[in-house]
Design a binder for this molecule. Structure first.
Ligand code: 2AM
Ligand code: CA
Ligand code: CA
Ligand code: CA
Length: 264
């Protein structure tokens, strides 16, 4: 476990916001849903959860800045700390009644992610990590999978939607990975995709065209679980690149090689 004051702040805020999400998931037919763009929906559940998170985090750490999916950015007086908040990652799953979605909160300090919390309310799974203190799922220490053979690996990925990103490139990459891996999955929550690599359920994950709130918490989770995280192109700064590729050292290297070849 991690018993720091910072982690207590983060976990308390996330659990509070999750209570509303759980209630709303039980009656999605009554939820107000609006369209941010083609195929891109936001509900009252997203907005309410973000409000709870914003209020709790601002109260506990008044000077910190916030970058949030639904209400935008709040500049802090403390220039070195920024929260990256996704109140509901996997809204498409949520609105279709598929119990696979999460709250994701990451803390950036001077350009580095130093703590992350991802909570899956439907399964009551709390993933936490803090720099130098390890990664945990409901009190159990996490370690990425030790699998070495790509032919046995289970590989998750995310697809660009509608006009965003390059569908042609992604399809080539997925075809290349399908041909040589043990299986592929498209689960629909970037935050949980990272958390699942951290706990070894999946061996690898990659996705592009993401936002910092999708991946900030997951990046530290995978790193503290002993995994490698890069941008999808193999670069050292996934947060800045807004894309990820992650897994253990050996499989990660192989994945990056495959993706490069597929796009060439
Ligand atoms: P969201 O649920 O918070 O919006 C999955 O590939 C990732 O893409 C999710 O983290 C999801 O985050 C994000 N995403 C944003 N808009 C999307 C859309 N219209 N369809 C599918 N995923 C979307
Ligand atoms: Ca969204
Ligand atoms: Ca998201
Ligand atoms: Ca969201």
């Amino acid at each position: 476990m991690i018993n720091s004051p910072l982690m207590t702040v983060m976990v308390d805020a996330v659990r509070k916001a999750a209570r509303g999400l759980k209630r709303d998931f039980g009656e999605i037919e009554n939820l107000q849903v609006s369209r941010k763009g083609p195929g891109n929906f936001v509900s009252a559940a997203d907005r309410k959860a973000e409000e709870v998170l914003r209020d709790a985090l601002m109260k506990a750490r008044p000077g910190y800045g916030l970058i949030m999916e639904e209400s935008g950015t709040i500049e802090g007086t403390d220039r070195s700390h920024t929260w990256h908040v996704d109140p509901l990652d996997g809204t498409t799953n949520f609105l279709h009644g598929i119990p696979h979605f999460a709250i994701s909160v990451g803390l950036e300090r001077d350009g580095q992610i130093v703590a992350g919390v991802i909570y899956d309310p439907a399964k009551d799974e709390l993933f936490i990590a803090e720099r130098g203190k390890g990664a945990f799922l409901n009190n159990r220490r996490l370690r990425v999978s030790g699998r070495q053979d790509f032919a046995d690996a289970l590989v998750a990925y995310g697809t660009p939607y509608l006009g965003r990103g390059s569908h042609g490139r992604l399809l080539k990459e997925v075809a290349a990975v399908m041909a040589v891996s043990g299986g592929t999955r498209r689960l629909g929550s970037a935050a949980l995709d990272l958390a699942y690599v951290a706990c070894g359920r999946t061996d690898l994950y990659w996705e592009r065209d993401l936002q910092t709130w999708d991946i900030a918490a997951g990046i530290i989770l995978v790193r503290e679980a002993g995994g490698f995280v890069s941008s999808a192109d193999g670069g050292a700064e996934p947060l800045a690149a807004r894309s990820v590729a992650c897994g253990n050292e050996v499989l990660h290297r192989e994945l990056i090689g495959l993706l490069r070849k597929a796009a060439a």
